[in-house]
Design a protein around this ligand. Structure first.
Ligand code: GLC
Length: 429
């Protein structure tokens, strides 16, 4: 078994739970064409304000969100308390740029936290380090609505990054003291450039912020975007699937892939690159087979709902999880001695000593498991607990074309079971 780098935060529950929901919700739900719209379209403050004045999520019912997440088999959630646009979902005492001052008229975060806790889900807060609204966040040439403005120096007159850092730290204090136990803190993000431009640890005062976080929440799980060498618990590959267990300086680490349904994190009305249920199920399996977690994102609408495309996919994943979560929760990468059969992914439950073979492309009749001979006591399909008969290659009737005595042959039904991804559960001797 791979041993991961120890973490200051409590990642024990995290590596058991494996599957979480990311939620990106803010003013950008209204333009509905990417949460970076203020940057992408270089929208100045006074124009962006139209979304603040019209933010009215009248159908917001976080119980429904939490039910949809739990129904999909998710065990924790991470909500954008503030994204790069600077808008806050809670009733922060440090700004007026918050949900209570929009037509929403109230703190939207507290009820969400309650709803998800009711479903026994852990609570995570995403908090943007970047802030395109705060008057003291220094405008730089890389990102933000004013990045291409010739009068940037002029716009930066009187801005004091240290004051922004104080605001940032003050808000983190609020988040870690007003909402009960927070399990994950997900800062986003740093982009220091070799020439000294961009933003990083000196701009956020990351060391000090780290100390504050650990003082207020010693066991919270912290992501890796504060631009600190040490001082993180999890690596967070974004919008791609790592090819193998993520390592830092050669050592495997606790990691979590974050993925979208369709490319944008915030609600995007017109995107057409939505992943299918099968792809999403495969993505979850692929992640766990490499020892990671999957944080799958939803961008709720400006009315406060998950749209039908989201609900269909969550329901489809839930349908699979209902019968197959045994191959996900508490599971990890299989020990090296078991090589992955063609078109498959393996996961392993160390305590139960069971191996799970996820078959991405259903073969005709025979699945060859090299190196498995003599190691498996019993095999069954996970969806219906129907026995899968096993034979050594030389005992096959009719004979298969594998002669290797270390190979175990599984005799599969001709028809693929009616599930997204069939799983064969192997009870090891
Ligand atoms: C990014 C983006 C962003 C998203 C996030 C999630 O770095 O800035 O919009 O919130 O990653 O990982």
């Amino acid at each position: 078994m791979l041993k991961t780098k120890p973490t200051a935060g409590d990642t024990r529950w995290f590596v058991q739970d494996r599957f979480g929901m990311f939620i990106h919700w803010g003013l950008y739900a209204l333009p509905a064409r990417h949460e970076w719209i203020k940057h992408n379209e270089e929208i100045p403050e006074e124009k962006y304000d139209v979304y603040f004045r019209h933010f009215d999520p009248d159908l917001y019912n976080p119980d429904l969100w939490a039910q949809a997440a739990a129904g999909a088999g998710m065990k924790y959630f991470v909500i954008t308390t503030k994204h790069h646009e600077g808008f806050c979902l809670w009733d922060s005492k440090l700004t007026d740029y918050k949900a209570p001052n929009t037509p929403a008229g109230r703190d939207l975060l507290t009820p969400m936290v309650h709803s998800f806790r009711k479903q026994n889900m852990r609570v995570g807060f995403y908090h943007s380090l970047i802030d395109w609204h705060h008057p003291h966040n220094v405008i730089d040439p890389h990102i933000g609505p004013y990045r291409n403005r010739a009068d940037r120096t002029q716009l930066n007159k009187g801005r004091d990054q240290a004051r922004y850092a104080r605001y940032l730290h003050g808000q983190v204090r609020e988040l870690l003291t007003k909402f009960g136990k927070v399990d994950i803190l997900w800062f986003d993000f740093s982009y220091p450039k070799p020439d000294g431009s961009g933003k990083g640890r000196k701009d956020w005062q990351s060391e000090k912020l780290y100390a504050l976080v650990r003082k207020l929440a010693p066991h919270i799980i912290l992501d890796d975007r504060l631009d600190l060498e040490e001082g993180w618990d999890i690596k967070t590959p974004e919008q791609y699937q790592p090819r193998e267990w993520v390592r830092v300086n050669g050592q495997p680490v606790v990691w979590e892939a974050c993925q979208t349904f369709s490319g944008s994190w915030g609600y995007h009305r017109d995107e057409s690159s939505w992943k299918s249920i099968d792809q999403l199920v495969q993505m979850l399996i692929d992640t766990v087979s490499k020892g990671g977690n999957l944080l799958l994102n939803v961008g709720p609408t400006g009315r406060g709902e998950f749209d039908q495309r989201v609900l269909d996919r969550l329901a489809g994943m839930g349908e699979w999880m209902k019968r197959h979560s045994r191959s996900i929760y508490g599971c990890t990468q299989a020990p090296d001695e078991f090589s992955t059969p063609r078109d498959c992914r393996l996961t392993y439950h160390p305590a139960a000593r069971r191996l799970y073979v996820h078959v991405f492309a259903w073969p005709f009749q025979h699945l060859y498991l090299d190196g498995f001979a003599g190691k498996v006591a019993y095999a069954q399909l996970l969806n219906d607990a129907s026995e899968i008969r096993m034979t050594a290659p030389d005992k096959q009737q009719p004979k298969t074309d594998s002669k290797d005595k270390h190979t175990l042959v599984l005799n599969l039904p001709v028809q693929k079971p009616h599930v997204s991804v069939p799983v064969i559960e192997l009870f090891l001797k």
